[in-house]
Ligand binder design. Structure first.
Ligand code: ADP
Ligand code: TYD
Length: 204
């Protein structure tokens, strides 16, 4: 039986990475040895993808180059990691996937959605996450969490309006694909969020 594909999304500092390993461990307990759980991330997830990540996070580039490189890294990630795992029956938990491109390159930077949809159809060939957890927080919360936590990369140094547009695009997509998304109020404490995550996992 084919495994399930779960993605984590949200603006920088929302707190999604904090929960990736925890969710994977809860899934391992639930699957009780019947399937493995692979954790991965985008941009990245493969040796080539991690090299592209370094460029994407630290080099200035044309907006369309950025979108194309995100999808190039994703093509490799799907071919080398995601699709083989799902075909084996394993589950995949990815810290970000294509919704991030629609939110950041589309919403944040203003690249037309139709352009991204062409790349999505090409690169994914119908592959979509079974479940997307959107960690949603107001900008103030995200920036307070990031302050002092780490050195900002190219995206984290973006303006407030950039992140406002990014967040709104995530929420728009969540409303449009309500079946696939669960929007998590990530302003709450980590234990409170974990209670909600546990309930969501029980429905899978
Ligand atoms: P993201 O992956 O969404 O950018 P992280 O998981 O790296 O965010 O979290 C950013 C910072 O906020 C980290 O220092 C983390 O410890 C902290 N953090 C995460 N979730 C919460 C929470 N619910 N309450 C308070 N601080 C949090
Ligand atoms: P991520 O590793 O999730 O960063 P963090 O752990 O700091 O939240 O993602 C790196 C950055 O790349 C993040 O700022 C969002 C951005 N990004 C895009 O702009 N488009 C994409 O398609 C993806 C996957 C990420």
């Amino acid at each position: 039986m084919r495994g399930k594909f779960i993605t984590f999304e949200g603006i920088d500092g929302a707190g999604k990475s904090t929960h990736v390993e925890w969710v994977a461990d809860r899934l391992r307990a639930r699957l009780a040895g019947t399937a493995s759980v692979v954790t991965t991330r985008e941009p990245g997830g493969t040796p080539l993808g991690e090299d592209l990540r370094q460029l994407l996070l630290h080099r200035k580039m044309h907006l369309e180059t950025e979108a194309l490189l995100m999808f190039a890294a994703r093509r490799e990630h799907i071919a080398e990691v995601i699709e083989p795992a799902l075909t084996r029956g394993d589950w995949v938990v990815s810290d970000r996937f294509t919704d991030a491109t629609f939110a950041y390159q589309g919403g944040g930077r203003g690249l037309p959605r139709a352009r991204l949809e062409v790349l999505e159809a090409w690169v994914q060939d119908g592959l979509q996450p079974d479940l997307t957890l959107l960690f949603d927080v107001p900008l103030e919360t995200a920036s307070a969490r990031l302050a002092g936590a780490r050195e900002p990369d190219k995206f984290e140094a973006e303006s407030r309006t950039f992140f406002e547009r990014t967040r709104q695009e995530y929420l728009r997509r969540a409303a449009e694909s309500a079946q696939r998304f669960r929007v998590i109020d990530a302003t709450r404490s980590i234990p409170e969020i974990q209670v909600e995550l546990e309930k969501i996992l029980a429905t899978l």
